[in-house]
Design a protein around this ligand. Structure first.
Ligand SMILES: [Zn+2]
Length: 324
């Protein structure tokens, strides 16, 4: 059973004007004679996967049974053609189209008026199975309006995947530093706080320290490994994961890739390469002089994610590992 706990599946209008401007400026600056306007309106086509079929094809090729789809609300400071509710509805539609394969989360900026009520309605609907939150859009993880949202999620026993570590280049890095999450886990020790990217690239230790202070927080490993990482990087991550297993237990570590299924975002074979790299982590651990058992790795790759999603109605998957 392989469950990718961190993917993005986009349609037209999900990401804001500010992002397309940023990418177009970067493209134009890379070579003389280029103007941002030449490319600005063409970028989005490479990012989207409107019906989710590209995501499913990538998952099939990589042997990924199921994936959590994380909609992002960029918040009131950015301007997207579609509002967060429509973006989350798209994730739900894809979930319906591929039952048992795609698992919809909600995404909302806690500064939105009525955010806790909206999250409560999503979780009650049975269509939304957790929340993705992105502090780098401009809010502190321990802000009162965010705390109100955590309370709702904890009451529903629903996980919140927080972006931690370095954000997309347009955003301010300081909001998602791991120290900002300490007051969150102290106030909500039973909250299923999923520390997305485990603080990558620089704060793995700090992420682990936050998880230690919680009874339920998990480390989600996307971006800690990337498709072009060399063996040295794999050995280093294996060591860190082995330590995390010792400190918080294998059941609090989650496999994720940050895959985006548009045709021009990730390189060819991205998902397959990452699955292979993760699966050989026990070997890499041995080569580093530490231990990650096959059993621990199996949990990390999927079973832990299944227990995070306690309210999701699982269908039987092809290997019969999960039934619901
Ligand atoms: Zn992501």
């Amino acid at each position: 059973m392989i469950l990718d706990f961190h993917t993005h599946l986009l349609d037209v209008g999900h990401w804001p004007a500010e992002w397309w401007d940023h990418v177009a400026r970067g493209w134009a600056a890379a070579e003389p004679g280029r103007e941002p306007a030449q490319i600005r309106d063409k970028i989005e086509a490479g990012l989207i996967d409107p019906d989710g079929s590209r995501m499913i094809a990538d998952m099939d090729a990589a042997g990924v049974d199921a994936a959590v789809v994380l909609p992002i609300d960029w918040g009131p400071d950015f301007h997207s053609a579609k509002n967060y509710d429509v973006v989350v509805d798209h994730a739900i539609e894809c979930q319906h189209r591929y039952p048992g394969r795609l698992i919809a989360f909600g995404g909302i900026d806690p500064r939105r008026p009525g955010a806790p009520e909206k999250v409560d309605a999503w979780l009650r609907s049975g269509q939304v199975h957790g929340l993705k939150l992105y502090p780098n859009c401009g809010w502190m993880p321990a802000a009162p309006e965010a705390m109100a949202v955590y309370e709702v999620c904890q009451a529903h026993d629903a996980p919140i995947l927080f972006h931690t570590g370095h954000p997309l280049p347009l955003l301010d890095e300081s909001w998602s530093r791991l120290a900002n999450f300490m007051p969150v886990v102290e106030a909500f020790p039973k909250l299923k706080a999923v520390l997305g990217h485990a603080g990558a690239p620089c704060e793995f230790e700090n992420a682990l320290n936050v998880a230690v202070r919680s009874e339920a927080a998990t480390l989600e490993l996307s971006v800690c490994l990337w498709d072009d990482h060399n063996e040295e990087a794999e050995l280093a991550l294996a060591k860190r994961v082995a330590k995390a297993i010792d400190v918080i237990g294998a059941e609090r570590i989650l496999f994720g890739t940050d895959h985006v299924s548009g045709k021009r975002v990730r390189g060819p074979g991205f998902l397959t390469t990452l699955v292979e790299k993760f699966q050989r982590m026990p070997e890499m651990a041995r080569a580093s002089g530490v231990t990650i058992s096959d059993d621990a790795m199996e949990r990390i790759m999927g079973l832990n994610g299944v227990s995070q999603l306690s309210r999701y109605k699982w269908r039987a998957l092809k290997d019969g590992a999960v039934q619901g």
